[in-house]
Design a protein around this ligand. Sequence first.
Ligand SMILES: Cc1cc2nc3c(=O)[nH]c(=O)nc-3n(C[C@H](O)[C@H](O)[C@H](O)COP(=O)(O)OP(=O)(O)OC[C@H]3O[C@@H](n4cnc5c(N)ncnc54)[C@H](O)[C@@H]3O)c2cc1C
Length: 371
Amino acid sequence: MADAAITVIGGGVIGLAIAAELTQRYSPVFLLERNPRYGQETSARNSEVIHAGIYYPQGSLKARLCVEGRELLYALCEKNGVPHQRITKVITATKTEEEGELERLFAAATANGAPIERLTAAQVSSMEPGITTVGGLLSPSTGIISAHGLMDYFHHAIRERGGEVQMHCTVVGLDRVSDGYRVSIREGEEVSSFTSEWVVNAAGLEADTIAALAGIDVDAAGYRIHYCKGSYFALPASMNGIVKRLVYPVPTRHSLGVHAVLDLGGRLKFGPDVEYLPDRVQNYTVDPSKRAVFAESVRRILPMVKDEDLTPDMSGIRPKTQAQGAPVRDFAITHETARSLPGLINLVGMESPGLTASPAIARYVAGMIAA
Ligand SMILES: Cc1cc2nc3c(=O)[nH]c(=O)nc-3n(C[C@H](O)[C@H](O)[C@H](O)COP(=O)(O)OP(=O)(O)OC[C@H]3O[C@@H](n4cnc5c(N)ncnc54)[C@H](O)[C@@H]3O)c2cc1C
């Protein structure tokens, strides 16, 4: 018999959600995290928006799991006191050429099951007087959440249900054995190993590295991860309240566009931009020289913002499976039976809306294990 029933690699919001789900049915469940604390990478460096599910291609995992995850998340937050707010979101067209895109978004949202309402320019202006608009959309189910509050809840649930969370623990080997996998771990200077019937790879920016440890050719599988940084600039507290909702421009093919993000404290920041990194280094410094470009994007929706109002804030790195300029790809969540690796589930390319979708992703993975 293997030492563990299931081992989850990665203590970000997705690994934590999966382990919390699985501890309800299996034992022992291990969650391994290389950092001193869970949730120190992408899950701590994002917009903390509960997305409605407007933008993703119909039928994609991103669309399905976002819509399902959003509802699960609101229910979970309300039941367990996780800080969140149904703040809603306005998408504004700033010139008449963008109105066609609003129609396309309306149709996409409706097809995906994301509630959406058309707004005239006058309606947008009465809701958000400071923004430029020729018309827009309201997403009433968009919200904001404390990502740390959510991860604390999942962590508590894992521990309460008898799961084991091990920090400072880096997975360095994954070998197929008769009753599952031999998982090799490094804790400080020490390397040891144990066996696990199932392994779930939720290693975020290193999910391809973990897949490669199991012998998968990551390029052939389409699992190679490209680091794509998103930076934010913030406004001073004296400008809190210039918008009451999240405000997004009409998206481009590659990005949702630099948008106004409010946190639960009412602080307003703008971002994230899109910057593919040339190497796989987690460099979170925000380049102050981007300020003028940010200010110009921000003024398209909020003309009163001046360059000097903006200060460099935080950044995060998206684990994208598409290289720069390549078409958008879906989440890859795969039980690797076709690669002769039964019992291994890889989650690769878990970019946005991974935070929103996390409880639905957890159910999806549990379904693969139960099948
Ligand atoms: C700029 C930005 C904005 C975003 N905004 C939103 C948003 O508003 N709403 C939304 O829904 N989503 C958003 N997202 C997406 C969301 O943040 C991610 O989908 C989610 O956080 C991914 O979680 P994860 O658990 O897969 O990854 P991570 O949080 O990266 O966790 C993976 C963990 O695996 C660990 N690990 C790696 N290798 C090993 C190893 N060998 N051994 C042990 N542990 C290992 C890492 O230390 C890490 O803690 C955004 C992302 C970015 C970058």
